[in-house]
Design a protein around this ligand. Structure first.
Ligand SMILES: [Ca+2]
Ligand SMILES: [Ca+2]
Length: 357
């Protein structure tokens, strides 16, 4: 028995060391599509051609493409940076999300569920404490709203807006990845259930899938830290204190206030807050502009990303974006009254902490 385990693990290690087998097929975008973001989505952000949601879905289909699917916070963050960087601002952009088929149930064109809440949907309402979508049966299509810093917003599908098209072969890549993950999971369950002989290890593919399970497995975190979004984090509000106090507190556990510099990590933190049942509380991050007003940095000195999908909206009609506190507010926390989007606050505010080791 032990020998069989050993030889199987050897096989996994040997095959996994051939790293090229795990690489996603390289995306090559053909004009008019351009590669955008770390996941190399092939996108066309066109603010000149406009129409209803259906019109623009048709327009994309003429290019053998579809309206963009944004089910990944990193892709969303990269796209917003691209729109800003290219000066493609001021347009509403249709995306592939709709609840026209079943009011309140938002799906992408491939009928997968749209992730609701932060960090995708726009803050709205009094004090920006609510989140879109709020348009009910009169608003059944989603767009990136330039007046809401490109967060998702539901609009009447008859609204005339621009579009972001995504070429189909990337969608196929993503489907391949998702299927791969699902197969990995099923096979890993069999393996862990010691029924590994039934796992089809004779085919190279299944071993590769097992590899991806072993080698993208959760980071091992020392308690009280736990793996959240691939980082070792501690989200706690049992003790509250100033920003400096709580950074010191994190130090008791060998860490410091967290660097939430990645949209997918931020999304995972939000998910953890939602599922862990932690009571509604302000939570310090490691971001501050104490050293130089307006220049936000993490504790390691790296710059804090501006804008969407990290920072809350504020002001009447939610048409401004944090940070807005100037010299009085030099530390950033996750604000429970703003669905835990980033907000600047006085560093003396009493808040819990997100620590990272
Ligand atoms: Ca609706
Ligand atoms: Ca400030």
């Amino acid at each position: 028995m032990a020998n069989m385990w050993f030889s199987f693990l050897s096989l996994v290690v040997v095959v996994c060391s051939a790293s090229e087998v795990n690489q996603r097929p390289k995306a090559t975008c053909t004009a008019p599509f351009l590669e955008v973001g770390t996941n190399k989505k092939c996108l066309l952000v066109n603010n000149l051609t406009v129409g209803t949601w259906n019109d623009m879905k048709h327009y994309c289909s003429l290019l053998l493409a579809n309206l963009v699917k944004l089910d990944n916070a990193t892709d969303f963050a990269d796209l917003v940076q691209y729109i800003k960087g290219e000066g493609l601002t001021k347009a509403y952009y249709w995306i592939d999300a709709t609840d026209a088929l079943d009011e309140g149930k938002w799906t992408w064109g491939d009928l997968t569920d749209v992730t609701m809440g932060a960090p995708f949907w726009s803050p709205t309402g009094s004090g920006c404490s609510l989140l879109e979508p709020t348009g009910g049966t009169s608003s059944n299509c989603a767009a990136l709203n330039p007046n809401k810093f490109y967060y998702f917003d539901d609009m009447p599908c008859s609204t005339v807006a621009a579009a972001i098209c995504e070429i189909a072969h990337i969608i196929l890549d993503l489907e391949y990845d998702e299927k791969g993950k699902e197969l990995s999971r099923l096979r890993a369950e069999k393996f862990i259930g010691k029924d590994y002989r039934e796992a089809d290890s004779s085919s190279l593919e299944s071993v590769i899938l097992l590899c991806s399970t072993f080698f993208t497995a959760d980071a091992v975190c020392d308690p009280p830290y736990k793996e959240i979004g691939g980082r070792c984090l501690l989200i706690d509000n049992f003790v509250v204190g100033t920003w400096a106090d709580m950074n010191h507190w994190c130090g008791y556990f060998g860490g410091k206030l967290a660097t939430l510099d990645d949209a997918s990590v931020f999304a995972a933190v939000l998910q953890d807050i939602k599922t862990s049942g932690i009571s509604k509380t302000f939570l310090w991050t490691g971001a501050s502009d104490s050293m130089e007003e307006g220049v936000w940095t993490w504790l390691d000195g790296t710059p804090v990303a501006e804008g969407t999908p990290f920072w809350s909206l504020s002001g009447s009609g939610c048409t401004a974006q944090e940070p807005t506190g100037g010299k009085n507010q030099n530390c950033a926390l996750l604000n429970p009254n703003r669905n835990y989007y980033f907000d600047d606050a006085a560093c003396t505010t009493q808040a819990g902490a997100i620590c990272e080791k």
